[in-house]
Structure formats: structure tokens, C-alpha cells
Design a protein around this ligand. Structure first.
Ligand SMILES: [Zn+2]
Length: 203
């Protein structure tokens, strides 16, 4: 398996983090101009998270489509926006929440944090930090799910769990290393940012 399996993923995460940093910076300037007026903060947060969500949606879709084609073997029905939205709206066993709900929760949390704190700038920074975590988690999930869709579409029925093999591999992953699972019954990854991969078992 190529060592750079998550290379496209990491590039997408980097791009999104750069954009988010700029978005939070602009939002902070805008709110500051209004003297951090409570209502202004709410509307700035609303706009900010709408933009962040749109950025993620666009880059995740590109990532999913790229991974789909990179996967070997790959199918003929690349993921579309409906596929992505369904994935983001579904409960995820790794993060233990629905992305869509979590975006809303993060928006409220940031807006309330800014409004109730005297350290307004710190609250913006905190919001960015949490957003970056969510973005990275779901970039990995989009990568794995689009890869599995690609395999399934190509007729793959079973996959082998393969760890990256470095010292950071957790005990659960180490135990699963080399195990073969039905492609529709793979246990959820045991933790966020798990970089184990699924190798297709060819017939
Ligand atoms: Zn792992």
C-alpha cells in the first residue's frame, strides 16, 4: 500500500485550515468594528459558519471524488453532493455525532463564548481550533468512505485492515492489523485520526 495514502487528505485539510484561519480573522475584524455588540456577534457567527460549512462541503466533495478515482480498483459511480450530504447528516461511530448537528453546536458555542467572555479574541481562536479538529476528523472519514464506496462499486467484497505500522499505532489497531472483514461489516475506527487503511481483497 502506498505510504502516501492520506496525502490528498492532508492537502485538503491544509487548504481548509488556511481558509478557516482567514474566515475567523475576517469575522473577528467585523465583530470588533461593531464593538462586539451581541447581536452583531450572532450574525457574524451565523455568516462565518455558513461560509466554513460551504468551504468544507466543496473541498470534501473534491476529495471524495479524487480518492474514488485513486482507489484501485475503482468503480464507475463517483460520489456526488447527495452522497456527501448523506454522509455528513448520518451518525458517525468514530466521532459519535452527526457532522451537521455539530456544525450548529460549534456555531452556538463560539457565539455564546464571544458574547459572555471579556477575552473576545481568545474565543475566536478557540472557535478556530475546534473547527480545525472537526474539519480534519471528517476529511479522514470522507477519505475512508469514498475509498470503500469505490471498492464496493468495483465489486470488492472483503478488505484487510492495515495499520501504518509506526509506534503511534494504538493497541486496538495493532490487534486488527492484517484481519479481513466483509466490506459492509468493518468495525468503526477506534479513535479519531486513525490512519489505518483498508486493502481490497481481490477475488
Ligand atoms: Zn488505527
Amino acid at each position: 500500500m502506498p505510504k502516501n495514502f492520506y496525502e490528498t487528505t492532508d492537502k485538503a485539510i491544509e487548504l481548509l485550515n488556511r481558509r478557516a484561519t482567514k474566515r475567523f480573522e475576517d469575522a473577528k475584524d467585523k465583530a470588533a468594528k461593531d464593538g462586539f455588540d451581541e447581536l452583531s456577534v450572532l450574525s457574524v457567527a451565523r455568516e462565518l459558519y455558513d461560509q466554513l460549512e460551504a468551504d468544507n462541503r466543496q473541498v470534501y466533495l473534491e476529495l471524495a471524488q479524487e480518492r474514488y478515482q485513486e482507489a484501485e480498483p475503482h468503480g464507475e459511480e463517483p460520489p456526488d453532493l447527495a452522497w456527501l450530504l448523506a454522509l455528513l447528516a448520518a451518525y458517525n461511530a468514530v466521532t459519535k455525532y452527526q457532522y451537521t448537528n455539530e456544525v450548529e453546536r460549534k456555531r452556538q458555542y463560539t457565539a455564546e463564548g464571544i458574547n459572555s467572555s471579556t477575552a473576545k479574541v481568545t474565543e475566536f481562536r478557540r472557535g478556530l481550533h475546534y473547527w480545525a479538529g472537526l474539519t480534519a476528523d471528517y476529511a479522514d472519514i470522507v477519505t475512508d468512505e469514498s475509498t470503500l464506496k469505490s471498492y464496493r462499486d468495483a465489486g470488492v467484497r472483503r478488505v484487510r485492515w492495515v495499520t501504518v505500522g509506526d509506534e503511534k499505532v494504538c493497541e486496538t489497531c495493532r490487534e486488527r492489523n492484517g484481519k479481513v472483514y466483509s466490506i459492509n461489516a468493518i468495525p468503526p475506527k477506534p479513535h479519531r485520526r486513525c490512519r489505518c487503511i483498508f486493502q481490497p481483497i481481490m477475488k
